[in-house]
Ligand binder design. Structure first.
Ligand SMILES: Nc1ncnc2c1ncn2[C@@H]1O[C@H](COP(=O)(O)OP(=O)(O)O)[C@@H](O)[C@H]1O
Ligand SMILES: [Mg+2]
Length: 343
């Protein structure tokens, strides 16, 4: 049995024509997001991320293909039905987009007012939301009196006011410092686990994907160039674009500069061994090293934890008789990905 995906893109393209130039912002995208996921979409500026999320809540319309929410093709809906779909989708933004002239309370109550909730119900719901996001004490403050993290908490409370099933987060932590980013991401995780809201996280920061997403797609010039579980994409990126993103957080082998420094002090044979926690980090490595008359020294290492699992690389200097080192490397290759560094 396969359940209907909550969000589905089928061959979706969206182009813009401005000043005689046509830009394909979203180019033949196929995508499924299941209910309950935290789904990451990463790409550089201009990759088409914002256009892609705006297609989900029909703030943008497709030129070709279909966007389905809960199995319903948005292009078949009239404006009134579209408004209903939109009511089930909350959104938060990089610049928070709060109403400066209204208090925290007023901002969070606003969508409830629009939806026709009466005063008593609004009051109760707003109190509940402010408690959930942890800013009850700021209810009577204005946005200008809040820190960035507090503003985004208000944004999240407002987005959740009418109990949406989907939350779209477009660069929602990009204006925040690393500590505040982590706090907001922790809150989004609670929105997912405690309220069961499916979250689509748009970002250009791999750290954000690493912290909260289950699956991720890499968008490049409107196209999906890579997709998979966050662990798979982080531990074995296939495309150059994905590799560049992964390299911003994962350093499992020495780069050119590291290597020059290592070389200066370690003239012996250098190998980098891939390690994962499936075989016990480096257990095979340690067994093999014990059986050969080869000395080793760890000269570089990087282990990364993603989605509760670890992977990385250890660079070793191996010293001993050449034949012994060769035998060791040959044995290691049988179980472990080994790269000998030349020169
Ligand atoms: N309303 C628009 N009119 C014209 N071009 C647009 C419009 N919206 C987006 N684009 C273009 O589409 C491409 C993707 O933009 P966008 O979806 O904002 O990317 P991202 O969010 O990844 O930075 C860019 O080249 C951008 O200039
Ligand atoms: Mg954008």
């Amino acid at each position: 049995m396969t359940a209907t995906p909550l969000i589905e893109f089928r061959n979706v393209s969206r182009t813009f024509s401005t000043g005689g130039r046509t830009v394909t912002a979203v180019d033949d995208v196929d995508l499924t997001i299941e209910a309950g996921e935290i789904f990451g979409i990463i790409g550089y500026s201009g990759a088409g991320k914002s256009t892609l999320v705006r297609l989900i809540n029909a703030l943008e319309r497709v030129n070709s293909g279909q966007v389905l929410i809960d199995g319903v093709d948005l292009s078949t809906l009239r404006e009134r039905q579209l408004r209903e779909v939109r009511a089930g989708i909350g959104m938060i933004f990089q610049q928070f987009n709060l109403l400066r002239s209204r208090t925290v309370l007023g901002n969070v109550a606003y969508p409830l007012k629009i939806a026709g909730w009466d005063r008593e119900r609004r009051k109760k719901r707003v109190a509940e939301l402010l408690r959930f996001v942890g800013i009850s004490d700021k209810a009577w403050n204005f946005p200008d009196q809040l820190s960035g993290g507090q503003k985004q908490r208000v944004g999240i409370a407002r987005a959740l006011a009418t109990n949406p099933k989907i939350l779209l987060a477009d660069e929602s932590t990009s204006a925040l410092d690393p500590d505040t980013t982590r706090e907001v991401l922790r809150l989004l995780k609670r929105v997912n686990t405690e309220l069961g809201v499916t979250i689509v996280v748009i970002t250009h920061e791999m750290e954000v994907v690493r912290e909260i997403a289950d699956r991720v797609v890499v968008l490049d010039q409107g196209r999906i160039v890579e997709q998979g579980t966050v662990f798979d994409v982080f531990s074995a990126p296939k495309t150059e674009t994905a590799q560049r993103f992964v390299n911003t957080v994962v350093r499992d082998a020495p780069d050119r500069t590291d290597l020059d420094r290592v070389r200066a002090r370690h003239p012996g044979r250098l190998v980098t061994a891939r390690v994962t926690d499936t075989g016990g980090l480096g257990a095979a490595l340690s067994d093999a090293l014990n059986r050969h008359r080869v000395r080793f020294e760890i000269v570089y290492g990087g282990i990364t934890a993603v989605s509760g699992r670890s992977f990385g690389g250890l660079t070793l200097e191996l010293t001993g008789e050449d034949a012994d080192v060769d035998a060791l490397i040959a044995e290691l290759r049988a179980t472990t990905e080994i790269e000998e560094i030349s020169g």
